[in-house]
Design a protein around this ligand. Structure first.
Ligand SMILES: Nc1ncnc2c1ncn2[C@@H]1O[C@H](COP(=O)(O)OP(=O)(O)O)[C@@H](O)[C@H]1O
Ligand SMILES: [Mg+2]
Length: 298
């Protein structure tokens, strides 16, 4: 695991045990605690974050899917989001590049800062935003175009290449960075859909890389892949975080433990706990986190 991360709050183990007891008690009586009083435990903030989200609420009509979430995404970190199905992980992830805009009855409030840009400001242009904050979906979704064109499409519409030589260079670099170049260099004119599932997912990662992102969002990117293709993508994430921040939603706690620096645990729309992956798995502060990671529910 890389150590490029800014260290979140540094609890001593004694302090941590004290915190744990306190929050365990709070959780035990959470049914009687008003929702507004529930606080995320752990360290939601990091120094010098890549993205800073404050008081994020998401409603689908009357359904309150994400509740008052405040969370930073660090530079060069892999942040994992875990929690039972329906707890709001994908919904929160989609806030980070305004993908919820595409859902009719979805309303997002709160601030999401990417450098000086408020992502949640209705006035911003989401096209460049989605280049800066790219998305890789659960099911690989190459365009119905050649391997070359899958990568060249974005740089062309964003005006990143002055000529064909530039464009070729971006295509080669992106495929190399996504660990796919050696496998496809002799078949760039073949359809992207002719590749295996794992290769298609790396093609989608290369496509995201091609437009110079700062953050790459991945929503269960390996759930349609076999264990070998999964391992390839996981290794790739460890390399990519040297250049980008990666936010991954995963239903696999083993995957979160293997690839991420920090882990955020969601439950029924609340961000319950966030901290270094090691601390969340080895010494969870909240009873709900402990119940989930020990397999008591979820
Ligand atoms: N398009 C939608 N319309 C209405 N409700 C939705 C929509 N998408 C998700 N939800 C609801 O929002 C909650 C959070 O969903 P989601 O973010 O998909 O959870 P997760 O990714 O953690 O499984 C769930 O209760 C889900 O049913
Ligand atoms: Mg989801």
């Amino acid at each position: 695991m890389s150590t490029v991360l800014e260290k979140p709050l540094n609890f001593s183990s004694e302090r941590r045990r004290g915190e744990r007891r306190k929050h365990t008690r709070a959780a035990a009586s959470s049914a009687t605690v008003p929702r507004e009083d529930r606080q995320t435990v752990g360290a939601a903030a990091v120094e010098n974050p890549r993205m800073r989200c404050t008081d994020i609420n998401v409603h689908y009509g009357s359904k309150h899917a994400v509740k008052n979430v405040t969370l930073d995404i660090g530079q060069h970190e892999v942040m994992a989001m875990i929690g039972p199905s329906g707890c709001g992980k994908s919904t929160f992830l989609r806030c980070l590049n305004r993908m919820n805009d595409t859902i009719d009855n979805c309303r997002v409030t709160g601030n999401i800062w990417l450098d000086g840009l408020n992502v949640n400001d209705r006035a911003i242009d989401v096209v460049p935003l989605r280049a800066k904050v790219g998305m890789v979906f659960q099911k690989p979704n190459p365009f119905p175009k050649s391997i070359y064109e899958n990568i060249a499409f974005g740089p062309r519409i964003h005006g990143l290449a002055r000529n064909k030589t530039d464009l070729d260079e971006i295509v080669v670099n992106s495929l190399q960075n996504a660990g796919l170049w050696q496998e496809v260099k002799d078949q760039l004119d073949q359809p992207g859909t002719s590749l295996s599932g794992g290769q298609q997912q790396r093609l989608c990662i290369a496509r995201a890389i091609a437009v110079n992102p700062e953050v790459i969002l991945m929503d269960e990117p390996c759930s349609a892949l076999d264990p070998i293709a999964t391992a390839v993508i996981e290794n790739l994430m460890s390399e990519l975080c040297a250049e980008y921040s990666i936010v991954i939603v995963t239903h696999s706690m083993q995957q979160a433990a293997r690839v991420s620096h920090r882990t955020a645990y969601f439950h029924l729309g609340d961000l319950i706990e966030v901290g270094t992956t090691e601390s969340v798995f080895m010494n969870p502060l909240h009873q709900l986190t402990e119940d989930y990671i020990t397999g008591r529910f979820g």
